[in-house]
Design a protein around this ligand. Structure first.
Ligand code: PHE
Length: 336
């Protein structure tokens, strides 16, 4: 009897199949109601008492071997069945790719252009104090030019406000660093303006600042010329005298956009020229505020609105579209 069980153990050990029916037959043969194991157990009472212990252990071993085998084959077959059902060479479920926001596309392009001529990127806080946003930029309290930028103040602290321009980063950078310096600082700015198709209370600017010995207005003009040619492929620019408290002299830059289409007429108001940024030579009073020797150093600064440039590049007619994030608009930038 014991030998018979030994033989059965070998048979169980050797059994192997990936076929469900064969495995089921194996199960019935050993573990079924009228299977081998029950058959042996039925003979148990006939086994002499002194052999009962050894006999019992053997039956248990066989039982466990059958169970382990069935478990092993079950795992093997599930993976086989999966393979039969699903074509693993089929492409997976497509996961939708995100798109870049047009503001970021334009921002990145502008950074890339200025990086190629040595400008580094600098950052500053969106919640600013009066000093960095106004006073240090030659806009003392009660200066009428403060009205040029309607400001959101922080109610609990009259010294704090949401920055109205990225020029505040100029001050922060000059306070911490010594010339020569060449930086670009992109970021969000905030103005208390009525929202319309042409203006929003939140928008983005990019500020540029270059301070060194012997920096001249000609350097400023050349840099802007290079920039507009790279960005728009249009190289005709003009500088109109303007006023900013922190630059002297100051200018506004127009690019000649042309009058080739109806849109060109509309966006340039029939002149062909488009204003794209403010700029100027950093006022010596500003340099003095950040302890830079204005007799030794000079420099220029410029600032532009990213939305405005993006609207030009992508022919968008409403600034609000940048903030609504309508997927139908965003998806148009997929391939960029
Ligand atoms: N800060 C100005 C604005 O917001 C733009 C500017 C920046 C002008 C730097 C001159 C120099 O309108």
């Amino acid at each position: 009897m014991l030998e018979k069980i030994e033989d059965l153990l070998v048979e169980v050990g050797n059994f192997s199949s990936a076929n469900k029916d064969e495995i089921e037959q194996f199960r019935i043969k050993f573990s079924g109601k009228k299977g081998i194991i029950n058959d042996i157990l039925a003979q148990f009472k006939e086994v002499p008492n002194e052999q009962k212990k050894e006999f019992g252990q053997k039956i248990n071993t066989l039982k466990q071997a059958v169970e382990a085998k069935l478990e092993g084959l079950k795992n093997a077959t599930t993976s086989t069945i999966l393979f039969e059902k699903d074509d693993l060479t089929k492409p997976g479920f497509p996961s939708e790719l995100g798109t870049r926001h047009p503001i970021n596309l334009v921002k990145n392009r502008i950074i890339e252009i200025f990086r190629s001529i040595g400008f580094a990127v600098a950052d500053g806080p969106e919640i600013e104090d009066d000093w960095h946003n106004f006073t240090a930029l030659n806009l003392p309290e009660y200066h009428p030019a403060r009205d040029m930028q309607d400001t959101f103040f922080i109610e609990t602290n009259p010294d704090l406000l949401l920055r109205t321009h990225t020029s505040s980063v100029q001050i922060r950078y000059m306070e911490e660093n010594q010339p020569p310096m060449r930086i670009l600082s992109p970021g969000r700015v905030f103005r208390n303006e009525a929202i319309s198709s042409r203006s929003h209370c939140i928008f983005h600017q990019i500020e540029g600042l270059y301070i060194d010995q012997n920096v001249s207005f000609a350097d400023l003009k050349q840099t802007i010329q290079y920039f507009t040619t790279e960005l728009f492929g249009k190289s005709k620019i003009r500088l109109r005298p303007s006023y900013f408290p922190f630059t002297e002299p100051s200018a506004e830059v127009d690019v000649y956009w042309g009058l080739n289409s109806e849109t060109d007429y509309r966006i340039t108001k029939g002149t062909g020229w488009l204003e794209i940024m403010g700029c100027g030579m950093v006022d010596p009073a500003v340099l003095a505020n950040v302890n830079i020797d204005a007799d030794k150093y000079s420099g220029y600064a410029f600032g532009m609105g990213i939305e405005r440039i993006a609207m030009l590049m992508y022919q968008m007619s409403d600034i609000r579209m940048f903030f609504e994030n309508d997927k139908r608009m965003l998806e148009q930038f997929k391939s960029l």
